[in-house]
Write a protein that binds this ligand. Structure first.
Ligand SMILES: [Fe+2]
Length: 158
């Protein structure tokens, strides 16, 4: 799963975050090559936890940018974000479910589809406004931008 210009929403900060999300989901294809069930399980859970944390960070950035630029469909957009976060949180599967390649494939396919659809159908709705504001010089960047760092505890999580 690779990010290409086709997914660009016109805001470099958001594009960079989307690239990072694509990378996190791509971890799934690396995991496929592992054969030890316990190791596979631990890595899937780790990927999901990372994705959950990073997704929340990313959605907050995007929501602040939508608000700062007076985007009129922000409420509906936020609802989609919340639904995805809820879904991710439900994916904290108990031990046995996460030991198979089949489950990993299902999860990866779901995540990949969701992200791609969300960018192309929902994020793209704010693109014209943002692009116009950039042309006009009225675009407001994320007022609370701060770098994302995964917590150290993540490695000892499992
Ligand atoms: Fe979004």
């Amino acid at each position: 799963m690779e990010w290409t210009e086709d997914f660009s929403v016109g805001i470099s900060e958001i594009d960079d975050q989307h690239k990072r999300l694509f990378e996190l989901i791509s971890t799934a294809s690396i995991l496929e090559k592992r054969c030890d069930e316990q190791e596979l399980h631990d890595e899937i859970v780790r990927m999901l936890v990372k994705l959950n944390l990073y997704t929340i960070y990313h959605f907050e950035t995007e929501e602040r940018i939508m608000e700062a630029n007076g985007y009129s469909e922000a409420t509906q957009h936020k609802r989609e974000h919340q639904a995805f976060v809820n879904k991710l949180e439900q994916m904290h599967p108990e031990a046995d479910e996460l030991k198979s390649i089949e489950t990993l494939h299902e999860i990866a396919a779901f995540l990949e589809n969701w992200i791609k659809n969300h960018i192309l159908r929902t994020d793209f709705k704010y693109k014209p406004l943002m692009v116009q504001r950039m042309k006009d010089g009225t675009f407001v960047a994320d007022p609370k931008s701060e770098p994302f760092v995964f917590p150290d505890e993540l490695d000892e999580l499992l």
